[in-house]
Design a protein around this ligand. Structure first.
Ligand SMILES: Nc1ncnc2c1ncn2[C@@H]1O[C@H](COP(=O)(O)OP(=O)(O)OP(=O)(O)O)[C@@H](O)[C@H]1O
Length: 228
């Protein structure tokens, strides 16, 4: 369970990025974050991973105050999370397998075990044959699937994805979202920010952010516009 209690965030010298946000996302839920550029979506996701900390208010993950976790406790938190964030591009000078193995190696796994699990993760995202490829030789959609494999290789409880389908064509975007939905059906809580109305209109839960304030639901466009 992810809980935000009256969370505000103000970066130095900027307008507030989040304003008094209170919400709860249940374990096993699939929640989308929507809202215009700059509305606070990335900031909200980063708070759950303690990459950013609240200026005021509390963020809880399974009852633990994430904002209060000390530096040395962060690896333990991050092991519960699968992060697909905009800053975390693939390492272009390492092959696909090495990229997916990385979180396990950092966590101290034996290389043979990391190799085995990374290959299994690549199979889960439909790329079992690309282990030896360099990321640059992959399409944008395939690179994003590698990023998903890297995010799930350690079997996280929660996936946080920041615009995972940005810059992808419709088919690739559907494939990437379908993968995330598969993990959600297998019990993983997913919080996904997106601008993609195609997904939002069919989502069971949408948290809409505007100027850092959160509300629930997605305003469907008029029916005539939908049909066009
Ligand atoms: N590290 C930072 N330092 C200063 N201001 C920041 C920082 N990160 C975000 N902001 C500001 O906080 C606000 C919210 O940004 P955020 O990236 O969370 O929005 P977003 O909804 O994810 O936008 P986008 O859809 O463009 O990714 C914006 O005004 C942004 O400029």
């Amino acid at each position: 369970m992810i809980e935000f209690h009256n969370v505000s965030k103000r970066y130095a010298g900027a307008a507030p990025a989040l304003v008094d946000v209170s919400l709860a996302i249940s374990s096993g839920e699939l929640a989308f974050l929507a809202g215009p550029s700059g509305a606070g979506k990335s900031t909200l996701l980063k708070m759950i991973a303690a990459i950013e900390r609240p200026s005021s208010g509390t963020v809880l993950l399974n009852g633990q105050d994430v904002g209060a976790i000390k530096q040395r406790g962060l690896p333990y938190l991050r092991r519960k999370l699968g992060l697909i964030l905009q800053e975390q591009r693939l390492l272009m000078d390492r092959n696909v397998l090495a990229n997916v193995m990385l979180p396990l190696m950092v966590a101290g796994a034996a290389p043979a075990e990391a190799d085995r699990r990374a290959r299994a993760a690549l199979a889960r995202v439909g790329l079992p044959d690309r282990a030896g490829s360099m990321p640059v030789s992959l399409s944008g959609g395939e690179q994003q699937r590698v990023a998903i494999a890297r995010a799930i290789v350690h079997r996280p409880q929660v996936i946080l994805a920041d615009e995972p389908t940005a810059n992808l064509d419709r088919d690739s975007a559907d494939l990437v979202l379908g993968l995330l939905q598969d993990f959600n059906r297998a019990g993983v809580t997913c919080v996904i920010s997106t601008h993609d109305e195609h997904f939002l209109q069919h989502a069971s839960r949408v948290i809409y952010l505007s100027h850092g304030r959160a509300s629930e639901g997605w305003q469907r466009r008029p029916v005539a516009e939908d049909a066009a």
